[in-house]
Design a protein around this ligand. Structure first.
Ligand SMILES: [Zn+2]
Length: 85
């Protein structure tokens, strides 16, 4: 009958290459929030302030240096009697 003409769809892939780097690191964040985020897929705020979605396999990524620094500066973080000044 008539040829179907599909409307041109915007098929721009949702690649968030905005500032990219936060997706290549494993960030530190509240454990409960990470667990929740893995379930809901909702981005959370890492210690360094980046908004990211935790990976199911954080060992695939290097630890975010900023998060590590902040984490080690926390009272609860480096309590193994190790004086790194
Ligand atoms: Zn970070």
């Amino acid at each position: 009958m008539s040829t179907k003409i599909l409307p041109e769809q915007e098929t721009t892939p949702q690649t968030s290459h905005g500032d990219g780097d936060h997706e290549r690191f494993a960030h530190y964040a509240d454990k409960h929030k990470i667990t929740e985020s893995m379930v809901t897929g909702t981005p959370i705020r890492a210690l360094c302030g980046k908004i990211w979605v935790p990976s199911r396999d954080p060992k695939k990524y290097p630890v975010c240096p900023e998060c590590k620094e902040i984490y080690e500066g926390l009272p609860l973080g480096g309590g193994d009697g190790d004086d790194k000044q």
